[in-house]
Write a protein that binds this ligand. Structure first.
Ligand SMILES: [Zn+2]
Length: 473
């Protein structure tokens, strides 16, 4: 029984003792009863009108077939498998160009491709290597409205844990993904860029937040506990969470390795706990979306464009491994490389690069799948600053050292992503449960731009700036 009703009964008892006169007593009881009915009614109303809760959990690098074909891969993921029977899901999500974490996560919250939202890769283009390996960490680089923006505008509380490109985001409770040197000082940096006081407030209950560059299974467990804590204590209307350990282990050991399956099983437990908490704090109005940013391929070979560009005098070095000047520069990201010209209008350099790439692509051993020119690249929503794009086949990854061979066999088993989203292995995942979401329904193959407007629609918001469509009634 609500405490207001207990208070009301107590008040009636007190008043009946005070008022000996029966008429006054009757009046007082009538007044208090009416007040009680009003209180109960307004309580029921506020219950009814409480806005929905959306929790979007991104499992970095999770291919949908980890779940849709869990038995074939020997993965024990009961919580994620529940989404297949109880919710709506995609067989695959065709993602961003390139298929990497930061552009994809930004498409997941904006519904537009990278050329429009402004996050073109994980790392910023830094030809002279002056930015200390800086990533696209900062929200101010996002050029279009996000799910957090429209939720906040509708008066919903917004929260996020470890989501990429959220440093400086306007949210009620935010712990961004951010690191620098990987030393203990990073914890101070993270406190400085998180919502003031949030990590300190949670510390007595949860201990130190394990964030930043830590991509262990333990760190994801910690992120899960912080998520449950924020759901219970802060009651946001929208919460986004990014789990990073699966991607890390897939880079190390390849997709579907025993190590990757073990990490995913831990993530499954974390997701089960978060779902239970969300449905407890928002009964009958909780939506849980489990998404990913890209799939994964196993790699056996490495194609390193830097030595080829150096030999062609497109990159100049000082002999100590430092780049001193450049005419054309690969901007590499796992399974692909964008090529940026210092002067994009220099036709002679453009044709030199075009010939070099054609020569490399002619040798099938190099694993070049396709080379795109600027016009096609932009049409597909990727890399506005680049003049060319080189996408590798499944099995190859790009190298990033100035020295060494152009082509090599990778020494240890591993995996990557980043090539064109056309590769089926690079498709991302989408699973959704919630009130009114059709159960056991497959959407087939969907476009990543559809995710944000669909989720907004499910919780009664709209994201008109998105280019994707709403997939559910
Ligand atoms: Zn990723």
């Amino acid at each position: 029984m609500p405490s207001a009703v207990w208070g009301m009964l107590f008040a009636i008892m007190k008043i009946s003792m005070k008022y000996r006169n029966r008429a006054s007593l009757r009046q007082a009881i009538l007044f208090l009863s009416l007040a009680g009915i009003f209180l109960l009614a307004s309580g029921a109303l506020s219950q009814q009108q409480a806005p929905p809760l959306l929790v979007m959990i991104s499992v970095d690098g999770m291919r949908p077939d980890y779940i849709t074909e869990a038995d074939a891969h020997g993965a024990k993921v009961p919580n994620l498998r529940r989404f297949l029977n109880e919710g709506t899901y995609a067989e695959g999500v065709v993602g961003t160009l390139p298929t990497v974490t930061y552009p994809a996560h930004t498409t997941l919250v904006t519904g537009v491709w990278p050329a429009k939202h402004g996050i073109f890769a994980n790392t910023t283009f830094d030809p002279l290597q002056q930015n200390f390996q800086g990533w696209y960490w900062y929200t101010e680089d996002i050029r279009v409205p996000t799910l957090w923006d429209v939720a906040a505008r509708a008066g919903r509380g917004t929260a996020s844990i470890q989501w990429p490109v959220t440093v400086g985001a306007h949210m009620n409770w935010n712990i961004p993904e951010f690191w620098r040197a990987g030393t203990p000082d990073d914890a101070k940096l993270l406190r400085a860029v998180s919502t003031p006081g949030l990590l300190e407030e949670a510390k007595p209950d949860l201990g130190e937040y394990t964030g930043g560059i830590d991509t262990s299974g333990k760190a994801d467990e910690s992120r899960g506990r912080f998520t449950q804590w924020i759901l219970e204590k802060k009651h946001p209307g929208l919460l986004t969470l990014h789990l990073t350990s699966l991607d890390h282990i897939e880079h190390e050991t390849g997709p579907f390795s025993p190590e990757s399956i073990a990490i995913l099983e831990g993530i499954d437990t974390t997701i089960g706990k978060i779902r239970e908490t969300a449905e407890r704090v928002a009964p009958g109005r909780a939506y849980i979306a489990v998404v990913s940013d890209h799939g994964f391929v196993r790699t056996d070979y490495q194609l390193n464009l830097f030595p080829a560009f150096r030999e062609a005098n497109l990159i100049t070095t000082d002999g100590k491994g430092k780049i001193t000047d450049w005419k054309a520069m690969p901007w590499v990201t796992g399974g692909s490389a964008a090529i940026v010209l210092k002067d994009p209008s220099d036709a002679a350099i453009a044709s030199q690069v075009r010939e070099l790439l054609a020569k490399l692509a002619n040798n099938p051993a190099n694993g070049i799948d396709r080379t795109l020119e600027a016009e096609d690249l932009l049409k597909r929503g990727g890399y506005p600053p680049a003049s060319f794009f080189v996408s590798l086949k499944a099995g190859w990854r790009t190298g990033a050292t100035l020295e060494g061979p152009v082509l090599s066999k990778t020494l240890k088993l591993g995996g990557t992503h980043g090539a064109l989203p056309d590769l089926p292995e690079l498709r991302a995942a989408f699973f959704l449960v919630g009130p009114g979401v059709p159960a056991g329904k497959s959407l087939g193959i969907i476009d990543m731009r559809d995710v944000a407007p669909t989720l907004a629609h499910e919780i009664g918001l709209s994201l008109p700036s998105a280019d994707g469509k709403i997939l559910l009634p």
